[in-house]
Design a protein around this ligand. Sequence first.
Ligand SMILES: NC(=O)c1ccc[n+]([C@@H]2O[C@H](COP(=O)([O-])OP(=O)(O)OC[C@H]3O[C@@H](n4cnc5c(N)ncnc54)[C@H](OP(=O)(O)O)[C@@H]3O)[C@@H](O)[C@H]2O)c1
Length: 309
Amino acid sequence: MSIKTMKAIRFHDYGGPEQLILEDIPIPEPVAGEVLVKINTVAVNPWDWKFRSGKYKEGMQVKFPVIPGIEASGTVVMTGPGVTGFLSGQAVYGSMMASYAEYCVVSEQQLFLKPDPLSYEEAAAIPVASQTAWSSIIEIAGLRDNQRILIQGGAGSVGIFAIQIAKWKGAYVYTTGSTENLDFLRSQGADRVIDYKINRFESLVADVDVVLDTIGGETQERSWQVLRKGGILVSIVTPLSPDKGAKYGVRASYRNSGISKEGLIQIQNLVNDGTLRPVIRKILPLSEAGLAQAMSEKGHGRGKIILKV
Ligand SMILES: NC(=O)c1ccc[n+]([C@@H]2O[C@H](COP(=O)([O-])OP(=O)(O)OC[C@H]3O[C@@H](n4cnc5c(N)ncnc54)[C@H](OP(=O)(O)O)[C@@H]3O)[C@@H](O)[C@H]2O)c1
């Protein structure tokens, strides 16, 4: 390749959004099993600003400077030795670490071909949220048709996919959101939407089989009581107290990471046939990464913030 350097956002220490600096650095080279991707779009996740702020620094070995980013879309530039599934020029998306940059290397196992009808913006917004929703409500909770689920935070990136997946599964979906998102939540397929700014969900929902908690705090605390005996509360935000589960006669699970290979295939099929569709909240240039993370940190709004590279 003739170009040897690229623009990338990096932070050299933990701190606020001002730590994010646009720098010129060498383009990484793919080793065996890796693919070099020219990034078109990178999606912003709450993980990005939580990590940057130092929230996870205890027990984590981090080598600064760090390029943020955990999911993106782009085109294959070159492949490392042993890569058989991808060719230069193909449009791809997937979980991509260090993707707030013009180029990124990624294991071919993490990459998927971008379906034509999906824009690069949409594709970048799929991996983290769809996999989190799938593994939480299908693989951990085992949601079945005709069951009832309460999705806390339905307008969030994970919540949107959770609604779409639960409806595809044939479940009855309750979800919480703010006043301005109620019609949007209905448009995603939710059967009953609850304005969390006006109503207490526990006065309107009872005996559900599954609660997906994407909010934490007192929302999580108040969620135990709406489950039927033997139901399950899955949180993606904070670990749950087994004692609380025992007290209410329900199961409790914290989804941190991970998904089965079958899950990944199922998600691809649902993306390809249009069942799963991400929602983009805001598009900003890569140079506005600090603003994008500050917006994400507010914890409100509908769908994903993305950065065009
Ligand atoms: N464990 C894992 O594997 C994993 C994976 C991905 C994400 N996460 C975590 O899951 C959380 C959600 O992630 P995300 O990407 O979906 O975030 P997001 O896109 O920023 O969405 C957050 C949503 O929460 C809603 N909300 C805020 N307060 C609420 C309340 N009291 N009741 C109901 N809804 C409320 C907001 O909608 P309104 O505008 O309507 O308030 C917003 O749509 C984050 O903490 C993230 O770090 C964990």
